[in-house]
Design a protein around this ligand. Structure first.
Ligand code: ASP
Length: 471
């Protein structure tokens, strides 16, 4: 039976089987020391001169070889005890070593935090990079936080976790969609979701009432700093709720998550303060202000809700939907604030209409956003009319949503967190690639898998695709 390295201190004076990687090998002539690493931690092992066979095997050992070791767990003599490292009070006396697999020399040092290594090389050899303690710790924490959120939502708040399709039709989120050609239906394409927005609203029509999902979202954007072409949202939608209900539930979940997993962090203000979009722009010049009282304190968390966004903005060059004079600012399905409903329905004073959109920011980063939705078909139609769509275009693009809402859709609203960014900030990581197991470069390349890459002529033929420019 294998013993995990984290449990070795319970086996003092006993013989154990450890399966692990050689993190470090130190040859001291007569003796060899190894630092062994498995998923649960690190321990020092020593091969003493009289264990001849083990010594011979360990002469050949190199870092990152995968081994299985029979050893005795010894308490270290008082003078050798290290209190600041895991297993600093014990040592493995190796009896026997079995090499499970040799390793080529890794392209970089795996014993550091890795931030000094060229990132492209790290991404190309991500499977090695993941052996780094910093990355494995982050991934484990990410998974524990996810588990906690699942319990909170499912067990205590009546949510249902639902997986929505990846092969779908376009849903606008202010970006380009990735498209997938259909082989069976030539000249037709699926879109990969920019978010599950339409599905989650349709789940509300379906009576699910409270949905969430750790949803993979794909947005085809030009290189923009700390963005990834695919990322994870904690996506939610709720029926029969007010803006306050959604804000309060999310605030409570965030506070509990911070308290449980990041107790060293301090939340600047509870309940989280709120600021209008107008005030944020006037005072800070952006809509995700960093309101930390001490910007040097890496454990200070200053959450802020930004509210009262304009519902529409003028279309412009970089506006992907530049068909009419106006376009939505955040989400075409959002509902205006009640006091602007008349103007909205009458399509008057469009630039002044405020929406129910709420964004949540943390230390200058937008970490989430959502809104209440227009849950009546004829009202939703107005949004697209204001955007200059004619009836044919509205019916073609959103007819299914309008039709669904007309079957007694409940009032509903939701929110999505940028989950990678949330974890990045909790883990004090410098960018989201550090908390995404298989991240792409800023230019959208997966250097490990070599994607994107060409497809064969056979595949092109099957898909009925012809390319004019080979790039
Ligand atoms: N679908 C929105 C987004 O991706 C979030 C929401 O409104 O619930 O930003």
């Amino acid at each position: 039976m294998r013993t995990y390295i984290k449990d070795l201190n319970k086996e003092i004076d006993k013989e154990v089987l450890v399966e692990a990687w050689v993190k470090v090998r130190r040859d001291q002539g007569k003796m060899i020391f190894l630092d062994l690493r498995d998923v649960s931690g690190v321990v020092q092992a020593v091969i003493l001169p009289f264990h001849k066979e083990a010594l011979e095997v360990s002469n050949a050992l190199r870092t990152e070889w995968c081994v299985s070791i029979n050893a005795k767990v010894n308490k270290r003599p008082e003078k050798n005890i290290k209190t600041d490292v895991q297993n600093g009070d014990i040592e493995l006396e190796v009896l026997n070593i079995n090499v499970l697999n040799e390793s080529n020399t890794p392209p970089f040092d795996l014993t550091t935090d890795g931030l000094e290594v060229n990132e492209e090389v790290r991404l190309k050899y991500r499977y090695l990079d993941l052996r780094r303690e910093r990355l494995s710790k982050t991934l484990k924490n990410r998974s524990k936080v996810q588990q906690f959120i699942r319990n909170y939502l499912i067990d205590n708040n009546n949510f249902t976790e639902v997986e929505t399709p990846l092969l779908s039709a376009p849903t606008p989120e202010g970006s380009r969609s990735y498209v997938v050609p259909s082989r069976l239906w030539k000249d037709n394409f699926y879109s990969l979701p920019q978010s599950p927005q339409q599905y989650k609203q349709l789940l509300m029509v379906g009576g699910i009432e409270r949905y969430f999902q750790f949803a993979r979202c794909m947005r085809d954007e030009d290189t923009r700093g700390d963005r990834q072409p695919e990322f994870t949202q904690l996506d939610m939608e709720l029926s029969f709720v007010s803006e306050e209900d959604i804000i309060n539930l999310n605030e409570d979940l965030i506070i509990k998550t911070v308290e449980k997993f990041y107790p060293e962090k301090k939340i600047q203000q509870i309940p989280f303060p709120r600021m209008s979009y107008k005030e944020a722009m006037e005072k800070y010049g952006n809509d995700r202000p960093d309101i930390r009282e001490d910007k040097n304190d890496s454990d200070l968390l200053a959450f802020l809700w930004v509210v009262d966004f304009p519902m529409f903005e003028k279309t412009s060059e970089d506006n992907l939907d530049g068909t009419g004079e106006w376009t939505f600012t955040h989400n075409p399905f959002s509902r205006p604030r009640d006091e602007y409903m008349n103007d909205f329905v009458e399509k008057k004073n469009i630039g002044n209409i405020l929406t129910t959109q709420y964004d949540i920011t943390l230390n200058g980063f937008e970490i989430g956003g959502g809104s209440l939705r227009n849950h009546k078909g004829d009202i939703l139609r107005k949004t697209f009319e204001i955007m200059g769509y004619d009836k044919e275009k509205i019916d073609r693009m959103f007819g299914h949503m309008i039709e669904a809402l007309d079957f007694g859709a409940p009032p509903h609203g939701g929110i999505a967190w940028g989950f990678d960014r949330f974890i990045m900030l909790m883990e004090n990581e410098p960018n989201i690639r550090e908390v995404i197991p298989f991240a792409k470069t800023g230019e959208g390349k997966d250097l490990m898998m070599n994607a994107p890459s060409g497809i064969s002529d056979k595949q092109k033929k099957e898909l009925g695709l012809k390319f004019e420019v080979k790039g």
